[in-house]
Ligand binder design. Structure first.
Ligand code: PLP
Length: 169
């Protein structure tokens, strides 16, 4: 809730505290399912710059939108490099593959690289994902997933309408 965040950041700044980072899932939040509106995205990026706090946006579900228009990622709105955009192949290639990517200011990436050797990912899995993406199959696979999720959503809504009490929405 970006409005509350401003208050928190102000209070922390008053105490001389600068948070290391803010973590958020702007699109299709897990588990709440909500999506941060465009104005709130702009405000969050503006607050990050104003208070000098890195925002880690976890866009694990960004590519899986099956209804409505996509919103800009925080990274797309960020002109000063306060946003670290992270994604995962776990949702778009293989569940639980635990390979992802990070995109952000070179200084943040440089510091992240120090953790490279400590991750649980073996080189084999990394190569499998790289090969899969390199073969140009990712985009069509994402389109397939989007169709499947849309179908499942419609089926679920139909089932809810048919089988659940009317007050269930
Ligand atoms: C928002 C979000 N980020 C990341 C992950 C998991 O990513 P990984 O499998 O790469 O650890 C999940 C999985 O549930 C998730 O909901």
């Amino acid at each position: 809730v970006v409005d509350c965040l401003e208050e928190v950041l102000r209070e922390l700044a008053r105490q001389g505290i600068r948070p290391r980072f803010i973590y958020t899932i702007p699109t299709f939040h897990n588990p709440r399912g909500c999506t941060l509106s465009w104005p709130r995205r702009q405000k969050l990026v503006q607050l990050a710059a104003e208070y000098g706090v890195v925002v880690v946006e976890d866009e694990a579900y960004y590519d899986l939108r099956f209804v409505g228009d996509p919103l800009p990622s925080l990274a797309a709105l960020d002109e000063e490099g306060w946003v670290l955009h992270v994604g995962t192949f776990s949702k778009i290639v293989v569940p639980g593959v635990r390979v992802g990517w990070a995109c952000g200011h070179p200084e943040i990436i440089r510091r992240l690289e120090m953790f490279r050797s400590e991750g649980s990912l073996g080189p084999f899995l990394g190569r499998v994902v790289a090969r899969y993406c390199g073969e140009g199959r990712l985009e069509s696979h994402i389109q397939l997933l989007i169709r499947r999720y849309r179908e499942k959503c419609h089926l679920m809504l139909e089932a809810i309408a048919q089988c659940f009490p009317p007050e269930v929405k």
